[in-house]
Design a binder for this molecule. Structure first.
Ligand code: AHG
Ligand code: MN
Ligand code: MN
Length: 286
């Protein structure tokens, strides 16, 4: 059942990869529900994934960063809902950095507790896909077929620090946390694309990726259904952790997959990493 969804996403990935190579990186006049300007390739990638998923009998509905509302199919028996960010990293498409697509597969309801599988596609020098179910499987496309090249697992502690958000708008406690990691020898790695940045952490065994609450964006930037929940699921299945908060930070940070959202385009502050770094975040934000 789930296999047909993964298969449709793998076919979409090959198609989107070819679209990205055609050099049409112009902005349209439109914006999405979050208020982001849309590139032609944001819309094209959205249509490719949307159409390939909606034609599957097992899919009951979809929801995309580039669509205002969820789309449900009438009168069919499909049980799976798929939420996706069709093109993650729109702002770095023009400089030819790696970008991605992110997806989460939900059982009957778009809520974190109903997430049953998730993954992402990396459009980089190679076309890759990572799918988390019981474990986190890493696939590479060799021009003809997808090959599973093994599973991704995090160490207890890493060496990479990927801090998002505008630094001048960080809270004092966040500044102290990020600085303490650098003082210990963590290396800065931040491309501006959540997919390549988190893929780097997963491939190198760990570290910390953060997109905190800031004075200009109290709810962070990254969206729950399309970005944060799928990666939280992946990090947990890879032996790491993901924490964040909805609403006031005074209540502290909690496991992301226990959080409830009020709207499909909601964003939240979030932290993904290995166990050691996440314990440090909890301590810093206590
Ligand atoms: P999208 O292209 O889907 O709008 O997402 C971009 C996101 C994410 O990929 C990345 O981590 C973050 O924006 C970068 O934001 P900053 O430029 O504020 O660092
Ligand atoms: Mn994104
Ligand atoms: Mn996007």
């Amino acid at each position: 059942m789930l296999y047909s969804i993964i298969d449709a996403l793998q076919r979409s990935a090959v198609y989107i990869d070819s679209v990205l190579k055609k050099c049409n990186f112009d902005y349209l006049d439109s914006t999405n529900s979050t208020g982001d300007s849309q590139l032609g390739v944001d819309v094209e990638a959205n249509n490719i994934i949307k159409e390939s998923l909606l034609e599957l009998d097992v899919v009951k509905g979809i929801c995309s960063e580039e669509e205002d509302e969820a789309i449900y199919k009438e009168g069919l028996n499909g049980v799976y809902l798929v939420a996706f960010d069709p093109l993650d990293g729109s702002s770095i498409v023009s400089s030819n950095l790696s970008v991605g697509s992110i997806f989460g597969i939900y059982n009957k309801e778009f809520s974190a507790k109903n997430l049953i599988a998730s993954g992402y596609i990396v459009y980089g020098p190679r076309l890759e896909m990572v799918v988390a179910q019981d474990s986190v499987n890493h696939y590479i496309y060799n021009g003809e077929e997808w090959r599973n090249i093994g599973s991704l697992m995090l160490s207890n502690k890493g060496r990479i620090n990927s801090p998002g958000g505008t630094q001048k708008n960080w809270s004092t406690k966040h500044k102290i946390l990020i600085e303490s990691l650098f003082l210990e020898g963590y290396r800065l790695r931040y491309s501006g694309g959540m997919v390549p940045d988190l893929h780097n952490l997963l491939c190198k065994g760990g570290g910390l990726f953060s997109y905190p609450s800031t004075s200009d964006a109290p709810n962070g930037k990254l969206r729950a259904l399309f970005e944060v929940f799928p990666f939280a699921f992946i990090f947990e299945k890879a032996g790491g952790e993901a924490i964040g908060s909805i609403g006031s930070l005074n209540e502290g940070l909690s496991r992301i997959l226990d959080l409830n959202i009020d709207s499909i385009h909601q964003s939240l502050p979030c932290f993904f990493g290995s166990n050691d770094e996440i314990s440090r975040v909890k301590l810093a934000y206590k």
